[in-house]
Design a protein around this ligand. Sequence first.
Ligand code: SAM
Length: 330
Amino acid sequence: MPNSKLIDRCNRKLNYLRISITDRCNLKCVYCVPYDFIPKLPHKEILSYEEILHIVKISVRLGISKVRITGGEPLVRKGVYDFLEQLTKIQGLLDISLTTNGVLLKDNINKIKSAGIKRINISLDTLNRKKFRQITGYDFFNQIWEGIELAQKMGFDPIKINVVPLKGVNYDELLDIAALSIAYPFHIRFIEYMPMGTNQMEIGRHLLFPEIKKQINQLGKLIPVEKGMNDGPAERFKFESARGEIGFIRPISRHFCNTCNRLRLTASGQLRPCLMSDVQVDLKTPLRKGCSDDELTEVFLKAVRLKPSEHNLSVDHPAGISAQMCAIGG
Ligand code: SAM
């Protein structure tokens, strides 16, 4: 990353921007969306695609080389495929990926591919149709699974499957889910539940890495996979002769703040330097006032200066922040 200007006070180079393009979602996952959550920011409060692309171009000049599109559910936003196509044309972006719940994958996979997206993460917490409905409120399991299989046939690689393990919810399925990495070239990512916002699950339902790994170890020896240069925070493993991988993301049991390289842009145009902090810097207002790129650069630099050295979320200290995951994008 030559000439990176996004270096924070802990000497971390921030080269990864996660962009939530909408606060709306077509699922209501129990651990993500509060019962009483009414997202629907007024249309005018949401950054237009042109505005997002403008921000991305500025960010690339400052050192961002990796972008993930998320939401809410990004595929529910009108015009998303044209937007993705514009995004993948931006010079200097080396890695562009998408996180989706997969509900709209099957019918739109061709458009995602022709837009130039090669990597997708799909969130799926169960392989059981009935349980899927209990977790998400909707009966979309079959179409999501068809979408995942289609994505594989069409050459998306890697396909990462995000799973949030929860006691009494999907604990009994962790082995079956992990076994997908043997039969398919999927990367299964077990992400520790982060208690945030107003709908925090009871603490007793937390499952942390040691317990998750112990459970999954029953399937076979987990062989560590060497970390690549551009790897995220996942601790990676593989079962012998498996086609795919297992990864553990441990925001609670092992903070990875010292290697955090992320900034987040919310659908409402706020730059957030830390997922676990309510600190944010407004980009939308100066952007809409017609500020110059230099002035917008200053907003980026301010967010970088405000990046905390670490978050303080833990099992004993769950009341992290007031913002909901579904509003930030994960
Ligand atoms: N709708 C898209 C999806 O479902 O992938 C993108 C947004 S969703 C907020 C992004 C990721 O955050 C999903 O993988 C979801 O499982 C994860 N997530 C949501 N709430 C979480 C929480 N409280 N703790 C850990 N992960 C969470």
